[in-house]
Ligand binder design. Structure first.
Ligand SMILES: NC(=O)c1ccc[n+]([C@@H]2O[C@H](COP(=O)([O-])OP(=O)(O)OC[C@H]3O[C@@H](n4cnc5c(N)ncnc54)[C@H](O)[C@@H]3O)[C@@H](O)[C@H]2O)c1
Length: 387
């Protein structure tokens, strides 16, 4: 797939315009389509402003910025996408609507056009099932903001053509992204492995062990750029709660992913985070952020508990062959800016240390939520390095 290949992006929302920018930056002509009338123009106006700022900052020349924006052409109907060699769908997260789109697209596009979905939480296999040729369908999961976060999860569905993931990995690398390949399982890598960062932190708060600023400070003290409550407020509690709930349901209600009442109540009350002016914290003008409790031992215990759950999740993803150890670590550092890969982090204290933290929590609570991955147990018994 070379630069002469035309790319079509469907959905001109947050992700669609970002993906269009990435493809145009890589030199492709891009067609951008949205079912909402003014959406494409609005998105292009926003991109123009972004590019102007990047020119002011000296990151692009005026020529480069103009060239990039001009390579993106609005498409007024779906039929215009027939010239595309790759179509990337970034529309509303609804299986029925995505399936209808993929089925309609197949009547328009060439027989060798690749159909990619940017879904975060749906099964690529289920979307592909709408197609006569499901072997041409693949997941390309970009992260928000797509032009800035390097990770792309490449996700073959059950019947995706065997050579397609490698072609997509090569293409994403050519676009300057960091591609990882993973199985079509709930949350892929990042949205699965990251769950305890939020879930276990909320649990620690619910148990009354520490307040939110103290938990945030504890995780920042071990290298995370933002604490979990600050980050949930940035992402939006509605979005974070939906991802948590979807992953939990998709795992057939595995207690490890169970959502919390704390977050549900935030959403119900409209405290969605920064975007609504109030989430776990207040963002009203003149509000001073609350101070954490200064207690180094408490801080270390909090970080250790959340980290043990994160490491267990990463090890379990490896156990179930969701992705390679290298890709699991890359995904967390390049998709959500973790300071280190979790498997590499596990090695620092060794698997038996993390196993004992989890066994202690399991003994204390009697809950399956804390069950150690069989691979963590094996690594502890045989003393092998996880990454
Ligand atoms: N926002 C994120 O952080 C993020 C990250 C990774 C992946 N995703 C996934 O990307 C997809 C898009 O998310 P988003 O946040 O950009 O959503 P968004 O709401 O910002 O944009 C979706 C766009 O799709 C358009 N649309 C809806 N139905 C359509 C149809 N049938 N045909 C054409 N256009 C249609 C809407 O008008 C809207 O402009 C979802 O599948 C989401 O799960 C989102």
């Amino acid at each position: 797939m070379d630069k002469t290949m035309k790319v079509a992006v469907i959905g001109a929302g947050t992700m669609g315009i970002g993906i269009a920018q990435v493809a145009a930056h890589a030199g492709h002509s891009v067609l951008l389509f949205d079912s909402r009338k003014d959406a494409v123009q609005k998105a292009l106006d926003g991109l123009r402003r972004t590019m102007d700022r990047l020119v002011e900052k000296g990151k692009f020349t005026t020529e480069q910025a103009n060239g990039l924006v001009e390579r993106i052409t609005p498409a007024s109907d779906l039929e215009q996408l027939h010239v595309a060699g790759l179509v990337i769908e970034a529309i509303i997260e609804d299986l029925g609507i995505k399936k209808k789109l993929f089925s309609d697209l197949e009547k328009i596009i060439a027989s060798d056009t690749v159909l990619a979905t940017n879904t975060s939480s749906l099964s690529v296999t289920a979307i592909a099932a709408a197609c006569q040729h499901p072997e041409r369908v693949v997941g390309l999961h970009f992260f928000n903001p797509a032009p800035i976060l390097p990770l792309v999860e490449v996700v073959p569905g059950l019947v995706t053509a065997p050579e397609l993931p490698t072609r997509m990995v090569d293409l994403m690398a050519a676009w300057g992204k960091v591609p990882v390949q993973c199985k079509d399982t709930p949350g892929f890598i990042v949205n699965r492995v990251a769950r305890p960062f939020y879930g276990e932190s909320i649990r620690i708060f619910e148990e009354g062990i520490a307040d939110m600023p103290t938990i945030d400070a504890a995780l920042k003290s071990v290298g995370f750029k933002m604490g979990p409550f600050e980050l949930m407020d940035l992402i939006g509690n509605d979005i974070n709660f939906t991802v948590t709930r979807t992953v939990w349901e998709a795992f057939f209600y595995d207690p490890r992913y169970k959502p919390s009442f704390t977050q549900q109540r935030q959403v119900e009350s409209g405290r969605l985070g920064r975007k609504s002016g109030r989430g776990y914290y207040s963002y009203a003008d003149g509000t001073t952020p609350p101070s954490p409790t200064a207690d180094p031992q408490l801080s270390a215990e909090i970080a250790e508990r959340v980290l043990a759950m994160l490491i267990n999740e990463a090890v379990d993803a490896l156990f179930w062959n969701v992705a390679s150890a290298k890709d699991i670590d890359l995904a967390m550092t390049k998709g959500v800016n973790y300071p280190k890969g979790l498997l590499a982090w596990a090695n620092e204290k060794g698997a038996s240390h993390w196993l004992s933290v989890l066994e202690h929590l399991q003994l204390l609570t009697g809950e399956d939520r804390y069950r150690p991955s069989p691979l963590l147990r094996r690594a502890a018994e045989t003393n092998f390095a996880l990454a």
